[in-house]
Design a protein around this ligand. Structure first.
Ligand code: SF4
Ligand code: FES
Length: 230
């Protein structure tokens, strides 16, 4: 058997596993946004940052080695995560109280877990659009955190590539692959894996607003650090 440790806790791991995979198997929560166990790690959000010998590493892309000592929770790591989360909130338009995804939103729950209160930076209020062209689904680009889970799901599972990220840095944005960029003219279908993968409130089903009452939603029932990723 092989072991390493996270915050002093001894964890067993299998050869080839990343820190995130081994931690999840052991029931240790490392905050993350772009990682999903069904897909190859992307390493872009950097919320899963941990310290190893004083250096920052992303837990979702770093392989475990025997006797590795990982720090998941300390003041520096927490501050790092808070800064990243704060940037995500100010770069989009996240109006949590009126969002259909509130209570089921991974960004909201990770921020809550990490202790983000009110961002100290100035909100950018970008002018982003809503695409309501499709009969079954709505796209609210205001909330996209560019995790590329929909891109990966559409490409790898649905074999369609309905979604893509275009641009770089602050100009990066989600786009729909269709002649006019509208979802209705793409090959998107409500049964696609991409239709249900979004961790925030971008890809939303129509005809069922606030179906689950506040207080009974995913992270209301079980906090993010206590549940398996689904
Ligand atoms: Fe991620 Fe959702 Fe944006 Fe797709 S639409 S990149 S799943 S946040
Ligand atoms: Fe590891 Fe996003 S979860 S970089």
């Amino acid at each position: 058997m092989s072991f390493f440790n996270i915050d002093g806790q001894q964890i067993e791991f299998k050869q080839g596993q990343t820190i995130m995979q081994a931690a999840q198997d052991a029931g240790v929560y490392i905050p993350h946004l772009c990682f999903h166990p069904d897909f190859k790690a992307h390493g872009s959000c950097r919320v899963c940052i941990v310290q190893i010998k004083g250096l920052y590493r992303t837990a979702c892309t770093t392989p475990v080695v025997e006797s590795m000592e990982v720090i998941n929770i300390n003041e520096e790591v927490q501050q790092h995560r808070l800064q990243l989360l704060e940037m995500l909130f100010i770069e989009g338009n996240h109006v949590c109280p009126s969002c259909e995804k509130s209570g089921s939103c991974t960004l909201q729950s990770v921020a809550e877990y990490c202790g983000l209160l009110s961002p100290s930076l100035t909100f950018r209020y970008p002018d982003k659009k809503v695409d309501a062209s499709h009969a079954d689904y709505l796209l609210d680009f205001n909330r996209c955190i560019l995790c590329e889970l929909c891109v990966r799901a559409s490409k790898e599972v649905d074999k369609k590539s309905v979604f893509a990220i275009t641009g770089r840095g602050l100009d990066a944005r989600l786009m729909v692959n269709s002649t006019d960029g509208k979802l209705v003219n793409s090959t998107f279908d409500k049964l696609d894996r991409a239709a249900s993968i979004c961790p925030v409130g971008v890809i939303l089903p129509k005809h069922q607003g606030f179906k689950t009452p506040i207080g009974q939603r995913k992270f209301d029932i079980k906090e993010i650090n206590k549940r398996e990723q689904d």
